[in-house]
Each structure stands twice: as structure tokens, then as C-alpha cells.
Ligand binder design. Structure first.
Ligand code: AMP
Ligand code: MG
Length: 256
């Protein structure tokens, strides 16, 4: 069913088939996940991956997270280990991304991984995106559906604001339940958090029964998500202002 925006669709069988067709053709679609809305494209297709970087204006050195339906599907592309098995059982599908070593036989496009020998994988929980992933036969490279450095979208209308008619299909899944990106954990050696998220580090430590390396302890910037400046809202954001000047956004701490 179409609504007043010709590129926002309610999910049904017809739009599922249209979306699969579009993804198979190397096109990019706007999809809801439980974290934020994403820009999804075939992770095995150079054409699709290049389009994602272009649409977002994303620096080539910032790799994309590759989304799968199941651990079995991801096993084609990455080398699994005990840590990923333990965390998968506890938190997946869900808002946790694992960085793992790439298999030599992996078909994930190298540009999507910024030519690294690792791949960041995630299993989103949102039912719409899971239905799509089950049907495609390939994983989806899917960063947040905003231009680089802008705030991540949590409603389909936010995606329209960012890309307007540049996307032919945006599937409406309502407001994202979580609203912030997945936590990213590097499991290629002793586990370390690269980007904190909604899952508490201490809960991860309890599951793995080990202490994790904290971001602060990692001197080298391993990914742009680790930089001090990550989001830039279009207007100033003031903290603890109780009068609103109409030109800025504000965060007020306390009772109002
Ligand atoms: P975004 O797609 O904007 O949510 O950001 C994805 C995050 O995952 C970024 O911080 C990336 O740098 C990080 N990431 C993706 N792939 C890798 C990888 N292979 N190794 C390390 N970090 C990664
Ligand atoms: Mg993002």
C-alpha cells in the first residue's frame, strides 16, 4: 500500500517481492531495523556497495556492517570462534555487531570492508528485514540511512528527509525500538569494544566470562566510529538550558 510519499511503502508480500527484485538488480533500499533505519544493498555486489558509499558521502575507509539472517549464512564469509558462538546465543538476533576474520572464499565485496581482512557482521532483529534477508540469498551491506555525519534516522520520514527521491523504496516499519546503532565488538583476538551500544559491556563480559578491553585503552583509531566527533546535528545542541531560543536543540537535565 502506498501512502502520501510515493517511495514509502507498508510491508506486504507485493512490496517484499519488489524489494527482492530491486536488491537483486543492485539497487539500494531504505529498511527499518530495531536500531536505526538502514540503507541496504547486496553485499556481494560491487555496484550496490559503491552506490551506498556515494549516497551517504561516506569515506571509503569506513567499512560497512554486513547483515545476515543466521549464523549459518554468515559462516560462508567469516571465520567463527567460541566468542561469537557464545554472544550469538545470548544476544542474536539483536543490536550487536561482530568483527571477525574474513574467509578467503568470501564473496563480500572488498570495497564494503574498506579492503580490510575482517568483516563486521550483524543479525538484525526487526521482522521485516529478517524476512527480506531470508529470501535474498545474499547478505545486505547496510549502514544507517543518513548522509555521513548526520544523525541516524529512526522513522521512515527521516529517511525521506535525507535522500528524498534518490531511493525508490523505503519500507516503513514504524519508529525504531532502540534508536541508536549496534555495539561493535572486535572478536579477531582478545575481545574489545570498538563502539559502545545499548548492550552493556558488563553483560557481555558476564556472557564471555572475561574482561573486555575498553575503547579508552585502544590508542589507535581502528574505525571512524571511534572518533570523538561522530554525529553532527544540523543546529547547535545546548545542554541544561531551561529557556528555548527556537534556533537550537537542547537537552535539559532534571524535572521540567
Ligand atoms: P555504521 O554503518 O555507520 O553504523 O558504522 C559501522 C561501524 O562498524 C563503523 O564504526 C565501522 O568503522 C565499523 N566497522 C565495520 N566494519 C568493520 C571492520 N571490518 N573492522 C572494524 N570496524 C568495522
Ligand atoms: Mg551511521
Amino acid at each position: 500500500m502506498k501512502n502520501s510519499y510515493s517511495n514509502i511503502f507498508t510491508f506486504n508480500k507485493k512490496i517484499l517481492n519488489k524489494t527482492i527484485k530491486s536488491l537483486k538488480n543492485g539497487d539500494i533500499v531504505g529498511l527499518p531495523t530495531e536500531t536505526v533505519y538502514g540503507l541496504g544493498g547486496n553485499a556481494y555486489s560491487k555496484k550496490a556497495v559503491k552506490k551506498i558509499f556515494k549516497l551517504k558521502g561516506r569515506p571509503k575507509l569506513n567499512p560497512l556492517i554486513i547483515h545476515y539472517h543466521s549464523l549459518k549464512d554468515a559462516n560462508k564469509d567469516v571465520i567463527m570462534n567460541k566468542y561469537v558462538n557464545q554472544l550469538y546465543k545470548q544476544f542474536c538476533p539483536g543490536p550487536l555487531t561482530f568483527v571477525l576474520k574474513r574467509k578467503k572464499t568470501s564473496k563480500v565485496n572488498q570495497i564494503a570492508c574498506a579492503n580490510l581482512k575482517t568483516i563486521a557482521i550483524r543479525f538484525p532483529k526487526n521482522k521485516i528485514v529478517r524476512t527480506i534477508l531470508k529470501k535474498t540469498g545474499f547478505p545486505l551491506a547496510m549502514p544507517s540511512a543518513n548522509k555521513s555525519n548526520n544523525v541516524s534516522p529512526v522513522r521512515s520520514l527521516d529517511v525521506v528527509d535525507e535522500f528524498n527521491k534518490k531511493l525508490k523504496i523505503i519500507i516503513d516499519g514504524g519508529k525504531c525500538k532502540i534508536g541508536i546503532e549496534s555495539a561493535v565488538i572486535d572478536l579477531t583476538s582478545h575481545p574489545k569494544i570498538l563502539r559502545p551500544g545499548v548492550i552493556d559491556i558488563r553483560v557481555i563480559e558476564k556472557t564471555l566470562k572475561i574482561k573486555l578491553k575498553r575503547n579508552k585503552a585502544i590508542k589507535k583509531i581502528l574505525s571512524p566510529g571511534m572518533m570523538k566527533k561522530h554525529y553532527s546535528p544540523g543546529i547547535p545542541v545546548l545542554i541544561n538550558q531551561n529557556k528555548h531560543d527556537g534556533k537550537s536543540a537542547y537537552i535539559y537535565i532534571g524535572n521540567k
